[in-house]
Design a binder for this molecule. Structure first.
Ligand code: WT7
Length: 635
């Protein structure tokens, strides 16, 4: 029996039990079954949750691009690795074979070397969803440079914060990007960001929209001429198992974004294994994940997981609404997509459109439908199941996080019976636990608590770049010997998990994980603002949207509220990005505070959700009278 590919429920339970009984042997065997190693590991695992120190496959030597590309050349050199579907449906799709990918990655890697980039250097990638993004990532991994991809929807301030945090030496960007009918001037965002980034010595620019941009002498260069003269031969840098592969920033409930560090061997094994099983990927299948590579979903399940399995992965530049709301289904039809992976927010937006968009397309190629990023509500689940899967493709509701590297809880399609809104069962090697408020584990079924993981898994992040203490405190201090996820969950009568949502100050808007603190910081920058508090409220497409309670300084009191709202959202766009704009802004004379001066968000959350019948205990408030005011003016 191969543990690497689970094919029925009995096998799942067998493999799962083994993975819990003897995790080391389990992951040892998975590591042996596949992959090119230049040296095998001395020790599968050494871990200590107290100090937040975890190492997998210690002593092993490898290069992940050799496993994602070179390993397939003999058998699949001419098979398509990446299908690029451009924003404009009239522009031809591009099929990049494994041979071509190999050449492009090697050339790009040599360009990076020619710019002085070496093993361990940080490379910031700020690119739209074009093939160069995947190639740039792999080129970094080829030479052992650490990539830090920043989602190209982030503002210049967000970009410079991330560049400075990890002291990137170089930025790879494009002249601009297409987004539906619009173009976005990426290069000028980079220029603004770099005003304030002393570590960056050079910028490589991909030509995508052929716009006129300014190039800074001695800093900026077009990529293509450098690629044209680069050698197609670049031997892989041999890395240690625990060498960092990449940094990816995620919002915390407080403070600046956390640069989650993923390392080489464990991440590779985990994404490869979970991709194969969660999607039941078979040779020659066409797989499409609609996420942006700027998020972990794209890293793990557009690039690394699929390529490690020799898959064909679709990379889509555009948006679901352009040229019309049928675009996703047209692409499924055009490329005969077998596995389709998207977010509940997209499903809800598409479910609002005329069904004819989907009905017009041949969706019979679909075998698996994935969902990720936030809880999928029952209505969206059924719409997806009935109209896209046509009752014939299991939905896998995959729960995981930037920090977990790969899928943690998910049905295995055609193996695990699905249940609407349930992520169902843990992947092999994943040991979930639900904790009560007193820090006790809830055993048995039909319980609800805080979701923790009680044993290490290979894909987990190892640290926060430059701040291991914060890593330990955030994830390993809430419960002894447990990784705390920040989510709440329940376990039903058969042991299926349902994720109920964040239990901290992170709000998921359209699948984007947003910490409230940085947005409040941005709002507070406005000269008229004294203080602000941001909470989430339910939104029928975005899942959650942002509601800001803002109190003004005396000097701001006379200002026109509509103008102020626009200015506040403008500041947010500049500091965080347009995804963090507030849907509702309520001006108030003060915010409800505890005697120790903490804003009582619990009350604001209830008001924003229109759940004011029972606001709970307000006796500890310093200023209970403002609650009445806020309640009666709520939006
Ligand atoms: C948070 C992590 C992992 C890829 C995308 C998001 C929420 C994610 C689900 C799901 C319910 C989910 C959790 C998690 N989440 N998937 N299937 N059901 N909630 O990565 O930005 O790190 O966000 O997204 O709250 O903690 P991320």
């Amino acid at each position: 029996m191969s543990n690497y590919h689970i094919k029925n429920l009995e096998e799942y339970f067998q493999v799962y039990r083994k993975s819990v009984r003897d995790p080391k042997t389990f992951w040892d065997e998975i590591g042996q079954e596949h992959f090119i190693w230049h040296r095998k590991w001395d020790r599968v695992l050494s871990a200590d949750f107290k100090s937040a120190s975890v190492k997998w496959y210690e002593g092993a030597k490898l290069n992940i691009t050799e496993n994602c590309i070179d390993r397939h050349l003999r058998t699949k050199g001419n098979q398509t690795a990446i299908i690029f579907e451009p924003n404009d449906p009239n522009e031809n799709a591009v099929h990049i074979s494994y041979n071509e990918l190999h050449e492009r990655v090697c050339k790009f890697a040599n360009v990076l070397k020619s710019q002085g980039i070496q093993k361990g250097d940080r490379v910031c990638i700020y690119l739209p969803m074009i093939p160069e993004l995947a190639v740039a990532i792999l080129a970094c991994a080829r030479i052992g440079a650490i990539h830090s991809v920043v989602f190209a929807g982030f503002s210049s301030t967000a970009l410079s914060t991330r560049i400075n945090d990890s002291e990137c030496k170089i930025v790879i960007t494009a002249d601009g990007s297409y987004r539906g009918a619009k173009t976005i001037d990426l290069k000028s965002i980079v220029d603004d960001a770099l005003e304030d980034c002393p570590s960056v010595k050079s910028v490589l620019v991909v030509q995508r929209i052929n716009s006129k941009i300014s190039m800074k002498v001695n800093r900026d260069q077009w990529l293509q001429p450098l690629l044209d003269i680069a050698s197609p031969d670049c031997p892989p840098e041999i890395m240690d198992a625990e060498d960092p592969l990449f940094i990816l920033y995620t919002s915390g409930s407080t403070g600046k974004p956390k640069g989650m560090v993923h390392t080489t061997a464990g991440y590779m094994v985990y994404t490869a294994f979970t991709f194969k099983n969660a999607f039941q990927y078979r040779d020659k299948d066409i797989y499409w994940c609609t996420a942006d590579i700027g998020w972990i979903t794209g890293h793990s399940y557009i690039v690394y997981g699929p390529l490690a399995n020799g898959a064909t992965t679709v990379l889509f530049e555009g948006v679901p609404s352009y040229p019309d709301f049928g675009r996703f289904w047209q692409i499924v039809d055009k490329h005969k997509v077998n596995q389709f992976y998207t977010a509940p927010t997209a499903i809800r937006a598409l479910a609002k459109q005329n069904l004819a968009f989907a009905e017009k397309c041949d969706l019979s190629s679909l075998k698996v439908l994935g969902s990720v990023g936030e809880p999928i509500n029952e209505e969206a689940w059924h719409w997806y199941n009935d109209n896209i899967g046509r009752n014939n493709s299991p939905i896998i509701d995959t729960w995981w996080q930037t920090e977990t590297g790969g899928i943690m809880i998910s049905p295995i399609p055609y193996v695990t019976p699905t249940k609407p809104t349930y992520a169902t069962l843990p992947m092999p090697g994943v040991q979930p636990a639900l904790m009560d408020d007193n820090g006790k584990e809830l055993v048995g079924n039909q319980v609800e608590g805080r979701l923790c993981i009680k044993f290490p898994w290979p894909g987990m992040a190892r640290t926060i770049w430059g701040n291991h203490d914060r890593y330990r405190e955030t994830y390993f201090s809430a419960y002894e010997n447990m990784y705390f996820t920040g989510d709440g969950a329940l376990r039903d009568e058969v042991g299926y998990y349902r994720i109920t949502g964040r239990v901290d100050d992170v709000i998921i808007v359209s699948g984007h994980n947003l910490g409230t603190a940085p947005i409040e910081d941005a709002v507070n920058e406005h000269p008229a603002v004294a203080e602000s508090a941001i909470v989430g409220f339910p939104h029928d497409i975005k899942g959650s949207a942002l509601y800001g309670f803002v109190s003004l300084k005396e000097t701001g009191m006379g200002r026109d509220h509509e103008n102020l709202k626009k200015e506040i959202n403008q500041i947010i766009t500049e500091h965080v990005g347009p995804i963090a704009k507030l849907d509702k802004i309520q001006f108030t004379s003060a915010l409800p505070k505890t005697r120790s001066g903490k804003i009582m968000r619990r009350i604001l959350r209830k008001i924003a959700c229109n759940d004011v019948a029972n606001l709970g205990d307000t006796s500890t408030l310093l200023n209970p009278e403002v609650v009445e005011e806020i309640k009666s003016n709520s939006l």
